[in-house]
Design a protein around this ligand. Structure first.
Ligand SMILES: [Zn+2]
Length: 388
């Protein structure tokens, strides 16, 4: 069995709203090239992604919505009519063949799932996925179809798996949460900047699930300006306690890289330190609880030059058990992309320390985040105590 499969195909690059839209799949090329440059991504590790079928998309999405997306991408619907379905908005504009490109991203995550669940690879990575804002019948926040939601339902139906979904994107993983809000066999965890000032505004600590699913949805809304140490404290403590409580068969992680200080859309202050640690715990928990079964997808990440390629390379390196590099990035990569980048590229794998001026409110933010975490974990902690 391979250690890990890297799912990709050129078709994933067709998911493109416009030349100026912040969601830019050039990130995938930059990351794969960086990994190839350090000799960490042999051709034998790459598995071509396929398109998801309409039937697979319908595991989550309304058939009517799928039809609308197809029509929009083929220029067969009035823009006003599409807007009722969240497409053709400023965030999620219509583009040619948007159904095909979106279904390709979902198919990538399904390919990753099959690699792992059929035992061809211990772990799998689909950086083209992670479109966590997609809803059953509506596009939202740059996301048309929700690959993670479709993949989780697919794992339930095809493999009977109990899935732990861990979302470290700076935005709340709302689409995935609402897909499984009443389902006790899927546990969703999202760590994100509080919705007070940030899209989509949901993800409060009190969103705990409903009906039989009550207690299986977890949210850690951290304060704006949260730095590495506090982010990682919440992530390590929270995610570990939840994994011990839920005992999943398989872990799916969404790895949006938009919590970084440089990210233009959010207000969190993570550095590359956080992105070195996130995959480590995912791997550790997958080995401890799931016989290694770990599927990772991409997500947000809008500093595509300085942040995403480094952050996402670390997921692959962790998955494949390769040492995490430090020091300078490969010269060829810097020389190839430096002239294309609108900002000077970061020269090293790590960020300089410090990357920014110290924040006066650090202690207060750390305390506030701890208090929030205690609330989020209160139920499972008291249950643990009862069990002794
Ligand atoms: Zn995001």
């Amino acid at each position: 069995m391979k250690k890990a499969s890297f799912v990709f195909s050129d078709g994933q690059l067709d998911y493109k709203f416009s030349d100026t839209h912040p969601f830019n799949q050039k990130r995938l090329v930059l990351t794969a090239d960086l990994l190839k440059n350090i000799g960490a991504l042999p051709d034998s590790a790459v598995v071509r992604s396929r398109m998801a079928t309409d039937e697979e998309l319908a595991l989550i999405h309304d058939e009517r919505y799928i039809e609308i997306v197809k029509k929009a991408g083929h220029g067969e619907i009035a823009p006003e009519a599409a807007e009722n379905y969240g497409i053709g908005t400023e965030d999620t504009p219509i583009f040619e063949d948007m159904h095909e490109a979106s279904a390709m991203l979902v198919g990538g995550t399904l390919t990753a799932v099959d690699e792992v669940m059929e035992g061809r690879a211990r772990h799998a990575l689909n950086l083209g996925g992670g479109l966590h804002h997609g809803f059953r019948g509506k596009a939202s926040g740059f996301c048309v179809y929700n690959d993670s939601s479709v993949a989780i339902r697919y794992m339930q139906e095809k493999y009977g798996a109990r899935v732990l979904y861990i979302d470290t994107d700076a935005h709340h993983g709302d689409g995935v949460q609402w897909s499984f809000y009443d389902d006790p066999d899927v546990c969703t965890v999202s760590i994100h900047e509080t919705g007070r000032y940030l899209f989509p505004g949901t993800g409060a600590v009190t969103e705990r699930g409903s009906g039989k699913g009550y207690g299986f949805s977890f949210n850690f809304p951290i304060d704006a300006f949260t730095e590495d140490d506090s982010f990682l404290e919440i992530y390590r403590t929270g995610v570990r306690e939840i994994a011990e409580f839920f005992k999943p068969d398989v872990i799916l992680t969404q790895n949006g890289a938009d919590a970084h200080y440089f990210d233009p859309l959010t207000h969190l202050y993570s550095t590359m330190k956080t992105y070195r640690e996130i995959p480590k715990l995912a791997l550790e928990l997958a080995e401890e609880f799931c016989g290694g079964r770990w599927i990772a997808v991409g997500g947000g990440g809008y500093d595509i030059w300085r942040v995403v390629p480094r952050a996402w390379s670390l997921i692959w390196l962790t998955m494949t058990g390769q040492p995490l590099p430090s020091g300078p990035l490969p010269k060829e990569w810097l020389e190839k992309y430096g002239p294309q980048s609108p900002v000077p590229l970061m020269p090293d794998w790590e960020d300089p320390d410090p990357l920014y001026e110290p924040i006066p409110r650090k202690a207060e933010i750390t305390e506030k985040n701890r208090h929030m975490m205690d609330k989020a974990l209160h139920l499972i902690r008291s249950e643990q105590q009862r069990r002794g």
